[in-house]
Design a protein around this ligand. Sequence first.
Ligand code: NAP
Length: 465
Amino acid sequence: MTDNSPLRVAIVGAGPSGFYAAGQLLAVPDPEFAVDLYDRLPTPYGLVRSGVAPDHPKIKSVTRAYDKTTRHERFRFFGHVDLGVDINRRQLLERYHVVLYTIGTSIDKRLGIPGEDLRGSHAATEFVAWYNGHPDHCGLEIDLQAKQAVVVGAGNVALDVARMLALAPAELACTDTADHAIEVLGSSGIEEITVLARRGPLQAAFTNPELLEMGELERGDVEIVGGELDELSAVALQEADKTRRRNVEILQEYAARPSTGKPITVRFRFLASPVELLGDERGHVRAVRVENNEIVARDDGSLAARGTGRLDEIPAQLVFRSIGYTGQPVDDIPFDARRGLICNDAGRVTDETGAHQIGEYVSGWIKRGPSGVIGTNKKDAQDTVTKILKDAAAGRLNEPVADDIDAMIAAHAEHAVTWEGWQAIDAIETAAGGASDPVRPRIKLTEWDALREAARGAAAGRSVR
Ligand code: NAP
């Protein structure tokens, strides 16, 4: 292409990684890029909307920075367009110089133990999506008449789940938790929540502010089981990073606290792995059988959990597995099933043999795996954008054969929601939140039809440029 038109970029996935990459590419003066940001949902922001806990509104305010990007004249949003369903990889490569996948890792890792599919056993990912009003998950049935819950995993998602189960109705009432979840969580009968960690306090993946919040619950006392450091961890503590050392301090302080008689006990149980979920005669989970672990050193010096053969049971009518996310293959994009990621070499998509796929890039969790906080994706996007710029300078971008993007959308995704469509959804949600008592940031539309209808309200101002 020898004309001076901007290089066309399709970014697939409108979460933090997609927005950071869009902003960074639009800021490049030469060559100029025009960015079309696609998402399968009619709403933008990915996990900021459907993953970040509703009682963490400050974290969600990062969307203000993303909104600045949308005001750029070379930016467009096409929501409600599903790659691999409405449009495909080949169609994008025919029309764009760069196709960047920022689709995240959307499904849960499974425990792989008997009883995992009993009723009352859920993926944390689904529960999180449910309380955040994700339209694919609004029908999830969570039985909060349960008295005892177990959350498997010692990461921040496990803490989000445990905290959401413990929040008082008044604490939820002023958040953007989906209405269906406020109703169910508000009438919860939960008395005990066990956060189950297979290793010890030093190896927990929590971050400090999130762990501190657990000690400030209006309705919950914290209790620690198995929190003493084993000999290997006590040595490793000296070399551990600040976050892990502080986690140990916080947990030690929790262990020394007396119960204050609050209605809910949040118990951190260390050094135990679930080996089976036990069911009752109705096929509903009734307990988690766990094997107690000890810490052992691997050959590389890292500390792992090893089962001791000692088993016991934790009564639980509700179980959430929260042991990390994994990606799903989309269309025929090369996928590393073992790692659950798109095959890539530091951001350049490769095939299974490692050969670069010209014009295709990846960023965020689907590039590196599900780790880090939202801001981690800014640097990650920058690394991929640097590769794109290098390839552009070397004349190694994709050579599109067509530029009829509008016609592609009209033919294959005429239901696409533009930025104006999202703004119409946003206006309805925020107006409803402002009118509620107490005031809430928004009341989310949680059904596909309601989202589509709200977006259609913007049809007058809508254009596919
Ligand atoms: P994570 O931080 O990777 O934690 C996963 C936990 O699952 C680890 O404790 C891990 O233990 C455990 N685990 C893995 N396989 C297991 C198994 N088979 N049996 C028992 N336990 C197992 O993942 P996450 O909690 O899903 O969070 C993902 C990312 O999002 C993290 O970077 C997190 O910090 C971030 N996040 C941040 C916030 C926030 O900033 N407020 C909120 C939510 C999420 P091992 O260490 O022993 O493998």
